[in-house]
Design a protein around this ligand. Structure first.
Ligand code: HEC
Length: 257
């Protein structure tokens, strides 16, 4: 009887000790000295736990030595070369990213009459105007990175390498509008859009020029050249040239299919 009691109290003491040890460990992990993100501290004189970058240092992955790749500019002017070779893979990636991020406004064919514009948003740039066909590659990169007039920038959504892929794809879209029979591989079947639409059971209006609601306003007129913003003069960063043309005057370009 006595032995039994001793065993029991020994077991109880062991269990209590084990609980205390375990609890002690847990508490330690909870209370160890550490900074919570964005929370203040008395440890540093400026009261911030998040430390500012040390002057004259570069964080990992932030050394953007290749400025053309990251800005599209050469000596402050838009360059007209691709920073890397354009392969079919690059074009496919560009097409995929373009279809995700640009078609809602610019449409899949790049005439600037995407679904959001058809619902009344400002008319997005038509890539098939003479000015944008002649625009240097860096211009497209610059517009994606910094926005343009009514267009927000897509620098957060689209990484620089993908921006260039999109630029290459836009060039392909532009070239597609000037394709000749000689560009089509032999034995490749071609047909006018109207007959394709008919065969697919699409409405006849499918192959006709697109119509926009009166609420779709024109931003930068298609024939106005783009001027890089003067660094330091504008806090917004995006160039917003004067919007002078009326929709009737600017909306005469026939959409391409
Ligand atoms: C939310 C709608 C919207 C989206 C999405 C959008 N854009 Fe635009 N974009 C516009 C509008 C609107 C304009 C015309 C702005 C103006 O003229 O004020 C424009 C203009 C442009 C221009 C013409 C600039 C010029 O010199 O006239 C280019 C190039 C362009 N966009 C590229 C792109 C690319 C590439 C993407 C995808 C990464 C994209 N945009 C996504 C709305 C959009």
């Amino acid at each position: 009887m006595q032995v039994n009691k001793t065993v029991r109290s020994l077991a109880l003491a062991t269990a209590t000790l084990a609980t205390l040890v375990a609890a002690g460990c847990r508490q330690d992990m909870h209370d160890e000295p550490k900074f919570f993100p964005q929370r203040g501290t008395t440890f540093y004189a400026d009261g911030r736990s998040v430390r500012p970058q040390v002057a004259s240092t570069v964080a990992r992955n932030q050394l953007h030595e290749d400025t053309y790749f990251y800005t599209g500019l050469i000596d402050g002017k838009e360059g007209n070369v691709m920073p890397f070779p354009v392969t079919m893979k690059v074009l496919e990636r560009g097409q995929e990213r373009y279809n995700v991020y640009c078609t809602p406004c610019h449409s899949r064919v790049g005439n600037g009459e995407g679904m959001i514009v058809q619902r009344g948003y400002a008319h997005a740039g038509d890539f098939h105007t003479a000015r944008l066909e002649a625009a240097p590659l860096g211009h497209f990169f610059y517009v994606i990175s910094n926005g343009y007039g009514a267009m927000p920038d897509y620098s957060a959504q689209v990484a620089p390498v993908d921006r260039w892929a999109i630029v290459a794809y836009i060039k392909a879209l532009q070239l597609s509008q000037h394709a000749t029979e000689a560009d089509i591989p032999t034995n490749e079947h071609t047909a006018p859009l109207a007959s394709i639409a008919e065969k697919e059971g699409l409405p006849a209006s499918f192959a006709k020029p697109w119509t926009l609601p009166a609420t779709a306003t024109y931003g930068t007129p298609n024939d106005q050249s783009f001027v890089l913003p003067d660094p330091g003069s504008s806090a917004s960063g995006a160039a917003a040239p004067a919007k002078t043309h009326s929709p009737a005057a600017a909306g005469t370009t026939a959409p391409k299919q």
